[in-house]
Ligand binder design. Structure first.
Ligand code: SF4
Ligand code: SF4
Length: 337
């Protein structure tokens, strides 16, 4: 992974005296709770062409917001004038929790809020450390930045066939964030290897056959898109395969050997599962959701990623989950009848 650094909770933070500003920044980033940190060069984005083709093929579905800022997306020097470096961070949200009706990333607090605040804190710390003004912009899924591209350039991992960025010591259950700065920093080596090899577990395991090819996802078939992003009815042809997924899907990450071997518990308290979700099976949670008023939903999912689907979307999903259980009990009734 180049010279980008890894935080190991077991071995603790390095105790040596850091002399380079890059090393001191990484130490501070780790103290702020980031699990991976690397520094990237800015410039033309290698995967921007693939991204444009992906949009043109219609694989982004209703996610029109992804088309915005195409020029900025193609060149990481464009988001603001004078930008020179990107500090790329990752925060583990815990791939070791058991699977459940809500994807792991969405069980706790909204990662945007958690990470943006810390990236802003990191920028202020850098200003203080070097004693002059440093302009910067934090991104956490919040702008026209191809985050995985930048993360690979910063040495944090490679693009898996399941389209996630995979780190060889942490797997892929983490959020990415970037702090773009008008400060020149020495970049880490990019991650050049593809360590998927001949594996196809993620492609084979997808319940809705959403992969058109390795690293090409037809989001309109993906359970995450169907249960979170799209606003209409869930396609009839996908309902059975959606099964017990009330919000999002982790299947193509769960089966990845890098996650099986290297996932870790989340240490960030903000990502602990909320009471409304914790420990509930799909049938119980779907029934709870259907009984919720708008006020109860707003209270239960305040500052949670789940609020993105709104109550109407979550109740739509809950009906699909309960239909699945009904169909299953009808099938087993017919089999034993
Ligand atoms: S998140 Fe689920 S539905 Fe989407 S591609 Fe992965 S396995 Fe398939
Ligand atoms: S499951 Fe296999 S092919 Fe898919 S991302 Fe993981 S290593 Fe790569």
């Amino acid at each position: 992974m180049g010279s980008a650094e890894m935080i190991d909770a077991a071995s603790g933070v390095e105790t040596g005296v850091d002399t380079r500003i890059e090393d001191r920044i990484k130490t501070r980033a780790r103290e702020l709770g980031f699990d991976l940190v690397g520094i990237a060069t800015l410039g033309q984005v290698e995967t921007a062409g693939h991204f444009d083709e992906w949009i043109a093929a219609g694989y982004a579905g209703e996610m029109g917001y992804l088309e915005r800022g195409a020029e900025k997306r193609r060149d990481t020097r464009r988001p603001f004038e004078g930008v020179q470096s990107a500090i790329v961070v990752a925060m583990n949200y815990g791939g070791t929790q058991p699977p459940g009706p809500v994807a792991r990333y969405a069980r706790g607090d909204d990662y945007h809020d958690v990470m943006i605040d810390r990236l802003n804190e990191l920028r202020r710390w850098i200003e203080n450390e070097i004693g002059c003004a440093v302009h910067g912009k934090p991104y956490v899924d919040t702008g026209p930045i191809l985050e995985r591209d930048l993360a690979r350039r910063a040495g944090l991992g490679w693009f898996g066939k399941n389209t996630n960025l995979i780190n060889p010591e942490l797997g892929s259950f983490f959020f990415l964030g970037e702090l773009l700065l008008d400060l020149e920093l020495r970049a880490d080596d990019p991650f050049e290897m593809d360590r998927c090899g001949s594996c196809t577990r993620c492609l084979d395991a997808c319940p809705t056959n959403a992969f058109v090819a390795p690293r090409v996802l037809d989001a309109t078939r993906c359970i995450s898109y169907q249960t979170i992003e799209q606003k209409g009815a869930i396609a009839e042809t996908l309902r059975e395969a959606i099964g017990e997924h009330l919000y999002g899907c982790d299947v193509c990450q769960d089966v990845c050997p890098w996650n099986v071997k290297f996932s870790r518990d989340a240490t960030e308290p903000a990502f602990a599962a909320r009471e409304v979700i914790a420990g509930k099976d799909a049938r119980t949670l779907a029934s709870d959701v259907l009984a919720m008023t708008q006020e109860e939903f707003s209270t239960a999912f305040r500052k949670s990623p789940v609020k993105r689907a709104k109550l109407a979307g979550l109740q739509r999903n809950a009906r699909v989950v309960l239909e699945h259980f009904k169909a299953r009990s009808n099938d087993s009734g017919a089999a034993t009848g």
